[in-house]
Design a protein around this ligand. Structure first.
Ligand SMILES: [Zn+2]
Length: 388
C-alpha cells in the first residue's frame, strides 16, 4: 500500500490544479481524494498522471541504425534481450503500457502472458514482398488472410495489424499505393471482428486510408495521405475520418539530438514526408475532430528510441493540439484504442496503479513530461526514473 500526495493531478481527462492524494494497494488505485491533505505524507511538487500509453512501438527493434532491416538477421536470444531493453526504456520514460504493432514472428506475442502491459498484434499481415515482409506476415488472398487472423487470435493477440500501404523504409514497396485488394482487407476486418479483435491499418497512401475506412478498420497508423504528388490530408478525408470514429495514430516524435542520416531523410522526402508535412497533416486531422491516439514508432531508428513518446506529444502540441488533448491521446484515448479503458488511462479507483509523476505542470508546459520524478507499474516504483 502506498499513499501519494501531489501538487497537481491530470486524471486522463483534465487537470486538477489543487492536487490530491492517491492511495494504491495490490497494484490498483484504491482511493483518490482531491485537494490538499496536509499531514498525510510529504507533498510532491509535481503532477501525477496515468502512466503514458504508446500506441505504436516495435519492441523487437533496437533503435539502432536500420533497426528494422537488421531484424531479418536477428537471433531469438537477441530479440528477447531487445524486447526486455525496449520495455525498460519505455518504463523509465513514464510509458507504462505499449501497443506493439511490429512483431517479428510473434516474438512479443509469445511472451504475452508475462507482459500484461503490452498490447500485442503479433506479426503484421502484409502482402508478399510488401511493407515489412521480413517480419514473417506475408499473405495473399481472402482465405489466407482469414487463416492468418485466426492464427493470431489463437496466439492471444489483442489487435490485428495490417499493412495497407507500402512503407518508407521497405525498398520496393509503394508508399503512395495500396497493398491488399478490397476483398482481402474486408476479410481481415470481418474475421478479426468475428473474434472480437480490432484492426488497425498501417496506411501512408491516401488510397490506402480510404480503402481501410471502407473496410471498416478501427484504427489507422501514420495516416499521412501520400499521393504521387506529395502528402496532404484533404478536408474530405479528414471529415470522413472524424465521422467514422476511427482512432488515428500519427507517429510523430523523434529525439532532436540525433542527426538523421541524409539517406534516411531522402527516403522520407521522396514520399513527400517532411516534418512540416507531418505536422500539417496532424493539425488538419485534429481540427476536423478526428480521434487522435498517441504513438511514436519507437525502435525503428536512432531518432526514435524506446521511450520517445514525450517528444511525440511535444510535436503534437507544436502542430496545434492543445496540451490536454495531447495528454488525453496518450492516456484515456490510447487506453480506449487499446481496449483497456476499464483499467488504464485514468486516475480512478479500481484502475491499475500505473502512474507517472513529472516535475512541473505538463498542461502549462508539455516538456514537463521529459522530467519524470517517479514511475509506478502496478503500484511498484520503477527505480531510477528520476533523471532519466
Ligand atoms: Zn511502425
Amino acid at each position: 500500500m502506498a499513499t501519494i500526495r501531489v501538487a497537481r493531478i491530470f486524471d486522463g481527462d483534465r487537470l486538477y490544479p489543487e492536487g490530491g492524494v492517491v492511495v494504491t494497494d495490490g497494484g490498483r488505485i484504491t482511493e483518490v481524494r482531491l485537494g490538499d491533505h496536509p499531514g498525510t505524507v510529504e507533498l510532491i511538487e509535481g503532477t501525477l498522471l496515468p502512466g503514458l500509453i504508446d500506441c505504436h512501438v516495435h519492441l523487437c527493434a533496437d533503435a539502432g541504425p536500420a533497426a528494422l532491416d537488421r531484424l531479418s538477421k536477428a537471433t531469438p536470444d537477441g530479440v528477447t534481450t531487445t524486447i526486455e531493453n525496449s520495455l525498460r526504456a519505455h518504463l523509465h520514460a513514464g510509458v507504462t503500457t505499449v501497443r506493439d504493432l511490429g512483431d517479428l514472428h510473434d516474438a512479443v506475442l509469445s511472451r504475452h502472458a508475462r507482459t500484461p502491459n503490452v498490447i500485442a498484434s503479433g506479426t503484421p499481415l502484409t502482402t508478399p514482398g510488401g511493407h515489412c515482409w521480413f517480419l514473417g506476415g506475408e499473405v495473399r488472398g481472402p482465405d489466407a488472410v482469414r487463416r492468418a487472423v485466426r492464427d493470431r487470435v489463437a496466439e492471444g493477440a489483442d489487435v490485428v495489424k495490417v499493412m495497407a500501404s507500402g512503407g518508407v523504409f521497405t525498398p520496393g514497396t509503394d508508399t503512395a499505393g495500396t497493398q491488399f485488394t478490397d476483398d482481402e482487407l474486408a476479410a481481415a476486418v470481418d474475421e478479426a471482428h468475428a473474434h472480437g479483435l480490432p484492426v488497425t491499418a498501417h496506411a501512408h497512401a491516401h488510397a490506402a486510408v480510404w480503402q481501410a475506412l471502407r473496410a471498416g478498420v478501427d484504427g489507422i497508423e501514420h495516416c499521412t495521405s501520400v499521393t504521387r504528388s506529395g502528402a496532404h490530408v484533404d478536408d474530405e478525408l479528414a471529415t470522413a475520418l472524424a465521422a467514422s470514429g476511427v482512432a488515428v495514430c500519427p507517429t510523430l516524435g523523434s529525439d532532436p539530438a540525433v542527426v538523421v542520416p541524409p539517406e534516411v531523410l531522402a527516403m522520407a522526402e521522396r514520399a513527400g514526408l517532411t516534418q512540416a508535412v507531418l505536422q500539417d497533416g496532424l493539425a488538419r486531422l485534429f481540427r476536423a475532430g478526428v480521434r487522435i491516439v498517441a504513438g511514436s514508432d519507437a525502435g525503428i531508428g536512432p531518432a526514435k528510441p524506446h521511450g520517445v513518446l514525450p517528444r511525440a506529444l511535444e510535436e503534437y502540441v507544436a502542430s496545434g493540439m492543445d496540451p490536454v488533448s495531447a495528454l488525453a491521446a496518450a492516456t484515456v484515448q490510447a487506453a480506449k484504442a487499446c481496449g483497456v479503458l476499464d483499467r488504464k488511462g485514468r486516475i480512478r479507483p479500481g484502475h491499475d496503479a500505473d502512474l507517472l509523476i513529472v516535475e512541473g505542470d505538463p498542461v502549462a508546459d508539455i516538456t514537463a513530461l521529459r522530467r519524470p520524478v517517479n514511475v509506478y507499474l502496478g503500484g511498484e516504483p520503477i527505480t531510477s526514473a528520476a533523471g532519466a
